[in-house]
Design a binder for this molecule. Structure first.
Ligand SMILES: [Zn+2]
Length: 256
């Protein structure tokens, strides 16, 4: 996704990103994304394993909340690039909804816009907590800025779609990823208020990409083998370490 999905899911995603209707205004119902004349790419058959992986993914232990030290940051934030181990580290739940958290989310939006992203997770700026921000419009002052804290997926659609994604932690790499078309999620906003909403279209895609980051899962973990093969050389250059065993065995293939 042009977000952390570069629009970074990718630039072409901007076509999907101009809905004027609020994404999270209602706590139920589908979130509109598509405009007339646009449609999402290829429909794909559901993969039971991926669906299970998404719904089974859980944040850190409930009593393992982030401390003030965990939430410390220094602006201006820098995007962490693969293969920094921060991207694979556990991310703690948040139970302190204060000015520091608000400032962190503002800084995350700033770096997201500066890097042409439409979504960004906290570990991507070196803060290992359950926090993501996104704005499918990808432009400051346009669209709707969404902050989700401690998100949980409790339902995902059986219909899967293929969509080309990029990631701010993998500059210049774009490839197809299969994900559920829509997801029902629960989370908290920056004030701690509970949010329950169904996401579809681009917001669903951005959310799922960022949600994976909060589980230490990276977008190439979700790629089909042939897709992975097509970007193998780029990933090699990016990581500068040998070995692709992990890439060849995406985690969802191991979920029963
Ligand atoms: Zn990403």
């Amino acid at each position: 996704m042009a977000s952390g999905l570069r629009l970074h899911l990718c630039p072409r995603l901007r076509a999907f990103a101009t809905s004027t209707r609020p994404l999270l205004a209602a706590h139920s119902g589908a979130l509109p994304l598509r405009r007339a004349g646009h449609s999402m790419p290829l429909a794909a058959r559901a993969r039971r394993g991926l669906s299970t992986a998404l719904t089974a993914a859980t944040p850190a232990e409930a009593d393992d909340f982030a401390t003030a030290a965990d939430l410390r940051f220094e602006p201006p934030l820098q995007v962490v690039k693969y293969p920094d181990p921060i991207l694979r580290a556990p991310n703690k739940r948040i139970n302190t909804f204060d000015d520091n958290l608000r400032t962190l989310t503002n800084e995350m939006f700033d770096v997201m816009y500066k890097t042409d992203g439409i979504g960004l997770s906290a570990p991507q700026v070196g803060v290992n907590v359950q926090l993501m921000v996104f704005n499918p419009a990808g432009v400051k002052g346009e669209g709707e800025e969404i902050v989700l804290v401690n998100p949980v997926v409790y339902k995902s659609s059986k219909r899967f779609i293929v969509f080309e994604e990029g990631c701010l932690s993998f500059p210049g790499i774009y490839a197809n990823v299969v994900r559920p078309d829509n997801v029902k999620i629960e989370a908290q906003d920056v004030t701690g208020a509970k949010i329950k909403v169904k996401l579809s279209g681009l917001p669903a895609r951005v959310f799922q990409h960022e949600f994976d980051h909060l589980q230490g899962i990276l977008f190439f973990d979700r790629m089909a083998m042939d897709v992975l093969e097509s970007i193998r050389e780029d990933l090699k250059i990016s990581q500068k370490v040998p070995g692709f065993a992990f890439f060849q065995f995406p985690p969802w293939q191991h979920v029963s």
